[in-house]
Design a protein around this ligand. Structure first.
Ligand code: MRU
Length: 351
């Protein structure tokens, strides 16, 4: 078992590695290329919303809250474009918004943030480009600050809900790098760690893109939190042997009933947690709620390139030509969810 007293879980948010940041001097967005972690910390400079769309598609930046926020900055950069014609401006914003939303269709944070920015843009469409850009930059910064505040708050609610000293399993990556800071599921782990109540974290490596192995393990280790990496199929066996007290994951979209779309593999964990009578907890800000997700709605599950499953860092694992599927997300029904923790508190979808 790892140490129970983390050294850095209280590290100030402003001291940790930033996933992205707007540079006002150059009107550009610096984005940490998460694909290169943990080997190298490299920032790419983006100057327009097309560049932002490419960074989202290629997963330089990923995680539902983070992609919503960089898209907002992308639209703020676009608003500086030299046109004083309201119609032309509306057209340009509409095209960019559509392109951004199409990049990753499952995370509702992205479309919510883009639609919010379009609304803000239309409210200042008659102003000079500079004034428009300043207004949209403020709007993007507000979204960014709100996400960070929501994560800090939900971390406190989650830690309060998880009484005692906990050994928790998590999936994918939900830390500061996936958000505007702090993290959602990892935010709860950090809060528990700060209170000296995080006995251990088991992090699934998260096939096929390995967000757990590359990012969760790195972020938790950097924070001084006790982490052990597992391959995705190991969790149920550790539940059976009594090594795990519960599962905490993030979300890309949550229905009004409490169904949860999240990284592929989440559903299997929820089934295993139910079988072993363990709490299955979802952490997300209310920006991840999709009020339009009705009982008959089929939300879009992003299918990514099979190369991400067949190759690791360019190296082929399976025979050339063999078929692979790569649905990037799955849906966990509300009936398997013990609690959803948001900045507003703890919601029991079943109660
Ligand atoms: O494909 P990714 O890496 O963007 O998937 C990320 C997840 O599934 C996270 O759990 C979710 O976006 C929440 S991040 C706070």
């Amino acid at each position: 078992m790892g140490p129970t007293t983390p050294q850095l879980a209280h590290a100030r948010v402003e001291d940790e590695v930033q996933p992205f940041g707007f540079d006002e001097a150059t009107s550009s967005l610096k984005v940490l290329d998460q694909r290169l972690l943990p080997g190298s910390v490299h920032y790419t400079t983006l100057t327009d919303s097309d560049g932002v769309a490419e960074a989202i598609v290629s997963m330089k930046v990923r995680g539902a809250p983070a992609i919503g926020l960089v898209a907002a900055y992308g639209l703020a950069m676009l608003a500086a474009r030299e046109t004083s014609d309201r119609q032309v401006f509306a057209g340009v914003m509409g095209i960019a918004a559509k392109a951004l939303i199409a990049t990753r269709p499952t995370a509702v944070n992205l479309s919510r943030s883009v639609m919010h920015m379009v609304q803000e843009a239309m409210s200042v469409a008659d102003r000079e480009p500079q004034a428009r850009a300043a207004h949209l930059l403020m709007a993007a910064k507000r979204l960014h600050a709100d996400d960070l505040a929501a994560n800090r708050r939900l971390g406190t609610f989650g830690a309060r809900f998880l009484t005692g000293n906990r050994r928790l399993l998590t999936h994918c990556h939900t830390g500061a790098l996936a958000c505007g800071g702090w993290g959602t599921a990892i935010g709860i782990l950090r809060t528990l760690g700060g209170e000296g109540r995080l006995a251990h974290v088991y992090a699934n490596e998260t096939r096929p893109y390995l967000q757990g192995a590359r990012l969760t393990a790195w972020e938790l280790q950097t924070l001084g939190l006790p982490v052990t990496l597992l391959t995705d199929a190991m969790g149920p066996a550790l539940m059976a042997s009594g090594d795990i007290d519960g599962v905490v994951v993030g979300a890309d979209r949550i229905s009004p009933r409490g169904d949860v779309a999240n990284k592929i593999g989440t559903y299997a964990l929820a089934i295993a947690a139910r079988y072993h009578n363990l709490p299955f907890i979802v952490a997300a800000s209310t920006a991840t709620m999709d009020h339009a997700w009705g009982p008959e709605t089929r939300i879009v599950i992003e299918e990514r390139s099979s190369d991400e499953a067949a190759l690791i860092r360019g190296e082929r694992l399976a025979p050339e030509g063999v078929a692979y599927r790569h649905p990037a997300f799955d849906i966990t029904p509300a009936s398997l969810v013990t609690a959803i923790i948001t900045e507003n508190g703890v919601w029991h979808p079943h109660a």
